[in-house]
Structures are given as structure tokens and as C-alpha cells.
Ligand binder design. Structure first.
Ligand code: ARG
Length: 454
């Protein structure tokens, strides 16, 4: 019976939960990570209560001091988390009451764990978002740096993983810089309701007590307060949007990883990843594996999984709060951890990559990659595009059949000037329209990104 009354909600129960139930329902083993935001939320809530006379000045001071003490204990690893107390909220509240007595019992006035947890995870996600954006910027900087270092290296661009047309290595990397810029943008603009404070929504229907919601929201750095108490406690859109932003970033990281895996293989040989960012084989002594890239690719699955998991968890829930929603936290934490770690290690790895110019340029020197340039040349001479395409196609077939070089055949068939289109540097310099990889364009893009990422 003693145990029963210890629970903050134990009043109407005559028996405590079964052991298996405790284990099944507890969340403190993972939601302890909300402690900082939970405490900040509680201090702001207490300040609000004091404003309207529901707490005395002395009580507010006691609560604030007690909570800050608890925060320090947690940070020092000295706080005892008790799974019997279910979650981070009840652990902290119980510890506060133990520490300061009667005043602590007033903290939860006009509050429910429903608006409390809704507030905590908004605050947590807000901070995680700032970190993700900062790491994305670091990654972009690493890409731009690698691009600048190899600004003049030419390599084949691929479609269908078949050599298509020559591009600059830097142009290829800058494509990723753009993707990660969009990702950072998504993190920044999504989750708009993270700006609104749910505190005061109570369990579902607000409170009869005269709370100063706007004041509390301001203390916590929110732009305003939520307008519908039911929406406030049941909404996890901001969390979905965070998970989606993470998953979308995962797509881009995974594609970059795949490019690097291909490029570092003996078949391509375009880049060498530094020893510090590769691993060996337990059996084959010669192996040097791009495990960082592979794990990056692999971890993307978790980022998708976490999004799908929360989408699925939410879809059948009647309004408002349901305990199912406790399942939002592990995916949130996992996506944030996974993404932050991945962004950090990939950015570091990019600083330890050597580009093999000779291999890149040898691969890009295949005249077939400039067959399209010959078509353009004929178009400029007045041949309709479809006809030119056909003519050059026939020439390619002839080159393949007879083993003769395409430039030679082109010169013979269309005149000496036609053979000149096969100079790869000239071909790149000609690609000067907006978005195309002329060295001049690419240099300008590098300069632009350097400025933007300062
Ligand atoms: N641990 C819970 C969660 O994460 C806190 C909210 C619980 N609310 C409730 N009425 N049981 O969702």
C-alpha cells in the first residue's frame, strides 16, 4: 500500500501496477533526456503561477532553487531515476517534493503531463533543430572546401551509372551543397507550431485557474501560445516534420555516400578516402573498406523508419492525448542522434579525401562523352537537331564497328573544325549558360557558397 500512495496519481488506486506493467509503461529510461527542458518548463510555469498569486514569492523561490538543484544533480550523474515513477516529469516532481516539501506539491497546479510533455518535446526539438542546421552548414563547408581544392578536375558525369558527359568534380560536389542547403532550410521553416507554447492547455480543456499563458510562453522563448487546447496536447506535426527533414537529409547523405563508395573502388579509382575514415577486413589484408560511407547509407533506413513509425503511431488516434504518443520520443531521439553523428563524421571524412585527377580525367577523356557536343556543332551549322542526332549516332556506330576514333571520323565526315569539339576543356568552357559546369561558372558558384556559408 505504501508504494501506491507514493505515486503522484495513486489516490484513487487500491493496488499498484504489476511489475510487468511498470516495465511496459515506464518511459524514464529514455525520456530522462528531456530533463533540461522539463525543468525550464516547470520554472516558467511556477513563475506564471506566482504572477497570479497561486504561489507565494517564497514558494516560487523554493521551487526554482529546488529544480535547479535537481538539474545539477542530474548533470553530475547523481540523480536517481526511478522507473517506478514512470517518466521524467514525475521523477523530477517527486524529487522536488522530497526536497522542498509542501511548496513542491503546488508546482503541478493547472498543469497536466499532457501539456507538459507537449511543451518539453517542442523545446527539445527546437534545440535539436538548431544543432542539425549548424551541422548541415559544417558539412556544406567541407564540401565546398573539397570542391575548391579540386576546382579544375574533370570527371565523367553519369546517368544510369553510364558515362554521360564530362563535368567538373567541383560541380558534382556543389550539387550536394545545394541539397544540404534545402535540408537546412527545411529544418528552419518546418515545425512552425514549435513557436507556440502549449502550457495552459492542461490535460485537454485548459484550466479554470487564471493562468498567464503569454507570460509563461515568453519565459520559454516561444513566440506565442497555442489557440486550441485539444490541438495543443494532441499535435505532433512538428515532430513529424523534424523526422521528415532528417529522412530527407538521409536521402542526400546516402547518395553522397554511394558516390564515394563507387568513386573509391578500384574500378573507378577517382578518390582515396583517408585511412582514418576507412576500415580493414578481418581476413583479407589488402582490404580498405569505405565503412563510414556504408554506415551512412545504412543509417538512412533508420531515419525513414523513425518517420514511418511516428506517422503510423498517430494515424488512428482519437483526440486528444493517448498513451501511444509516448512512442514519439525514441524515434525523435534516434533520428536526432543518428543524423547529428552522421553529419559530423561525413564532414570530417570529406576533409580526408584525395582526388585522383589522372584517373578522373582519363575516364572523362573518352570522346564518346562529347558526342552531344558534335550534335550541337552540327545544329549551329544549320542541321535540324533530330537529323544531327541521327548522323552522330551513325558515326558512333561506325566508330564502334571499325575501331576508329570518333574525332577522326567526325573530322573526315564534317570537316576539321568538327574534330575540335572533342577537346574536353573547350567543351567545358562552352558550357557557360546558367547552371552549366564551365570552369568560370563553377568558380563563381564556389565563391558564392563560400560567402553564404561564412
Ligand atoms: N510519459 C508520457 C508521454 O511521454 C507523459 C504524458 C503522460 N500523460 C498521461 N496522461 N499519462 O507521453
Amino acid at each position: 500500500m505504501k508504494k501506491v500512495s507514493q505515486r503522484t496519481w495513486g489516490g484513487r488506486f487500491s493496488a499498484g501496477p504489476a511489475e510487468a506493467v511498470k516495465k511496459f509503461t515506464e518511459s524514464v529510461s529514455f525520456d530522462w533526456r528531456l530533463y533540461k527542458h522539463d525543468i525550464a518548463g516547470s520554472i516558467a510555469h511556477a513563475q506564471g503561477l506566482a504572477k497570479v498569486g497561486l504561489l507565494t514569492k517564497v514558494e516560487l523561490a523554493k521551487i526554482t532553487r529546488g529544480l535547479k538543484l535537481i538539474e545539477r544533480e542530474i548533470e553530475a550523474g547523481k540523480f536517481h531515476w526511478d522507473a517506478d515513477l514512470e517518466d521524467v516529469h514525475m521523477n523530477i516532481e517527486t524529487a522536488l517534493i522530497k526536497k522542498i516539501g509542501a511548496a513542491g506539491k503546488k508546482l503541478h497546479t493547472a498543469r497536466s503531463r499532457n501539456d507538459q510533455v507537449a511543451t518539453d518535446i517542442r523545446l527539445w526539438t527546437r534545440d535539436a533543430t538548431v544543432l542539425c542546421v549548424a551541422r548541415l552548414l559544417d558539412l556544406q563547408r567541407a564540401l565546398v572546401k573539397l570542391a575548391e581544392k579540386n576546382a579544375t578536375v574533370v570527371l565523367p558525369g553519369y546517368t544510369h551509372l553510364q558515362r554521360a558527359q564530362p563535368v567538373l568534380f567541383a560541380h558534382h560536389l556543389l550539387a550536394y551543397v545545394e541539397m544540404f542547403a534545402r535540408d537546412a532550410w527545411r529544418f528552419e521553416v518546418f515545425g512552425i507550431e514549435m513557436q507556440e507554447c502549449p502550457l495552459g492547455s492542461g490535460a485537454i480543456a485548459g484550466s479554470t485557474l487564471p493562468l498567464r499563458r503569454e507570460f509563461v510562453a515568453k519565459q520559454l522563448g516561444f513566440a506565442g501560445v497555442t489557440q486550441n487546447s485539444m490541438a495543443a496536447v494532441s499535435d505532433r506535426d512538428f515532430l513529424l516534420e523534424f523526422l521528415f527533414s532528417a529522412a530527407a537529409t538521409g536521402v542526400h547523405l546516402s547518395r553522397l555516400a554511394e558516390d564515394l563508395i563507387l568513386w573509391s573502388s578500384a574500378e573507378f579509382g577517382f578518390v582515396t578516402i583517408g585511412d582514418a575514415f576507412t576500415t580493414g577486413s578481418s581476413l583479407m589484408p589488402q582490404k580498405k573498406n569505405p565503412d563510414i560511407c556504408e554506415l551512412t547509407r545504412g543509417k538512412t533506413g533508420r531515419l525513414y523508419g523513425n518517420l514511418v513509425s511516428v506517422l503510423t503511431m498517430l494515424k488512428g488516434l482519437p483526440l486528444t492525448y493517448n498513451r501511444d504518443m509516448q512512442e514519439d520520443k525514441e524515434p525523435l531521439f534516434d533520428s536526432a542522434d543518428t543524423l547529428l553523428n552522421t553529419l559530423e563524421v561525413v564532414a570530417a571524412m570529406l576533409g580526408d579525401i584525395k582526388v585522383n585527377r589522372t584517373r578522373c580525367e582519363a575516364a572523362a577523356s573518352d570522346p564518346l562523352l562529347l558526342a552531344t557536343d558534335l550534335v550541337d556543332y552540327l545544329v549551329l551549322k544549320g542541321t535540324p537537331f533530330r537529323e544531327a542526332h541521327h548522323l552522330v549516332g551513325a558515326l558512333v556506330a561506325e566508330a564502334e564497328k571499325t575501331g576508329q576514333q570518333l574525332p577522326k571520323l567526325a573530322g573526315r565526315k564534317f570537316g576539321r573544325a568538327a574534330a575540335k569539339v572533342f577537346d574536353v576543356h573547350r567543351a567545358l568552357a562552352m558550357r557557360k549558360i546558367i547552371g552549366a559546369p564551365s570552369p568560370k561558372n563553377v568558380a563563381a558558384q564556389i565563391a558564392l557558397w563560400k560567402r553564404l556559408l561564412k
